[in-house]
Design a protein. Structure first.
Length: 137
């Protein structure tokens, strides 16, 4: 393998960056900082990164058919309002108990079901609260 030149696109100190999602329609990169409890949207054209605080650790972000960011939160799937920074819980999950994990039950709504490409999950760790994530099928 040869040497490949690499340059830093965004110099930011995230605590636990995860879940990158490229939005081809807008040319932006969505991602979450799980431990930092933030959702980010990076515009490589301008070099700007916009972020929103979340209530709890986000596990991932996807975009709805309308282009709305849908965040996997500890409570379930919530739509992020980019102008106000608030999140509207749309698909709650029931969290069970266990020594290291929480069991999740999805309450399907329109568009959610066995044909969906992604399902919300939760996972817990002994040292922190449960976190939501997106599981690809």
């Amino acid at each position: 393998m040869g040497d490949t030149a690499v340059e830093v696109a965004l110099s930011i100190r995230a605590e636990h960056a995860d879940g990158p999602l490229w939005d081809a329609a807008t040319g932006r990169l969505w991602w979450v900082d799980i431990s930092g409890q933030r959702v980010h949207c990076f515009d490589p054209e301008s070099g700007s990164d916009t972020s929103w605080a979340t209530c709890g650790q986000p596990g991932g972000v996807v975009l709805s058919a309308a282009g709305e960011p849908v965040v996997a939160s500890p409570e379930g799937l919530a739509v992020l309002d980019r102008s106000s920074g608030t999140m509207d819980l749309r698909v709650p999950v029931e969290q069970g108990t266990g020594p290291r994990t929480a069991r999740t039950t999805l309450r399907p709504t329109a568009g959610a079901g066995p044909g969906s490409a992604r399902w919300p999950t939760t996972s817990g760790h002994a040292t922190r609260r449960c976190t939501g994530s997106m599981a690809a099928r």
